[in-house]
Design a protein around this ligand. Structure first.
Ligand code: MTE
Length: 323
């Protein structure tokens, strides 16, 4: 018998909001501008998305970032775009280990304990070792970069990340010539992640991978911060991947293990729904998802619809990797 796995990125009514509803929402936003900081949270009302004011998103920063420089190459907001407000980025998240409800992740994320934290790096390398997060924060080159972020569900943001080039961490373990892929794994603790037990059919822990060439690309970042402070749990504290030319699902959160491999490792969503999510997950507006177009994206929180750029606008840096 063929059992169909529930589609992970199902577009629901609230993800396909008519323009008029967003216009109404803008009016509401204007009103909200007068209030103290509130979180933008979508509620489905008659199938339409409405922005609801909720309390301030609680801050749960267990790490203090050292002073970081802004990388001049990535310190500008991309032309024609606006930096996403921190509250919006922090209250609209995909982190299935907590819940599949994007607007609820931040409420539940307090159960994750991010200090102390270690990242084990091994496999095809000469100097496998375990890094304490403290060591990463104090010895690795940290910088801030503003990147576009595009989810496979066709929504997007523009976010300032603080982090280190992934290649800096890999260099420290001295990969061997046989290392062809980089596999990354999220913490799989059921006690800290209520969503793991609730979605027992998923192949936990969350795992992702890049080719070695992708991992060594200067754009690939291990983020430890966002908006100038340590990552809040809902964004994948204390350390997560940021690869802006790929769909969001490649950007694995709360990493505890990195492994250099000779063979292409299986990845979470590709394993679950191979005909919908390929290994690469590159942003390609010309290739529709089997159930929706990828040509246009919905900007969070305004709902403005804009064309999606090939490679999410990073073609100059990455297209040559894909002949
Ligand atoms: N990493 C883990 N461990 N679990 C997840 O559910 N979701 C992915 C990615 N990384 C996910 C994950 C998806 S689908 C997206 S769009 C981004 O995280 C969302 O990142 P953000 O919440 O920081 O915007």
């Amino acid at each position: 018998m063929l059992i169909r796995t529930p589609p992970p990125w199902q577009l629901r009514d609230r993800d396909t909001t008519p323009e008029a509803a967003w216009q109404n929402r803008r009016e509401l936003m204007k009103a909200l501008a007068l209030l103290p900081i509130v979180a933008g949270c979508e509620k489905t009302v008659g199938g339409l998305a409405e922005l609801q004011p909720v309390g301030p998103v609680p801050e749960r920063f267990e790490w203090t970032l050292p002073p970081v420089t802004r990388d001049p190459a990535w310190s500008e907001v991309p032309a024609g775009r606006t930096l996403t407000h921190e509250i919006n980025a922090a209250s609209y998240n995909n982190f299935y280990e907590f819940t599949t409800e994007k607007d609820q992740v931040w409420r539940m994320a307090g159960s994750l304990k991010v200090r102390p934290w270690t990242v084990e790096v091994g496999g095809a390398c000469l100097k496998p070792r375990t890094f304490d997060l403290e060591e990463i924060l104090t010895t690795m080159p940290l910088e801030e970069r503003i990147y576009r972020f595009r989810c496979v569900e066709a929504w997007s943001m523009v976010v300032p990340w603080t982090g280190l080039p992934l290649k800096a961490l890999l260099a420290a373990v001295e990969p061997t010539g046989s290392a062809k892929y980089v596999r990354m794994v999220t913490l799989g603790d059921r006690k800290q992640f209520p969503g793991i037990a609730a979605s027992g059919w998923y192949p936990w822990p969350y795992h992702e991978a890049l080719t070695m060439q992708e991992a060594m690309n200067p754009l690939a970042m291990l983020a430890v911060g966002i908006y100038g402070h340590a990552l809040p749990n809902q964004h994948g504290a204390p350390i997560r991947l940021v690869v802006p030319w790929k769909y969001g699902f490649k950007n694995i959160k709360s990493i505890v293990r990195i492994e250099l491999t000779e063979e292409q490792p299986p990845t979470f969503w590709n394993k679950l729904v191979p005909d919908e999510y390929d290994f690469y997950g590159n942003v390609r507006p010309d290739v529709p998802h089997p159930r929706w177009s990828q040509a246009v994206e919905r900007v969070i929180p305004t709902g403005e619809r804009i064309p999606t750029l090939p490679w999410n606008g990073y073609g100059d840096q990455v297209a040559s990797m894909y002949p």
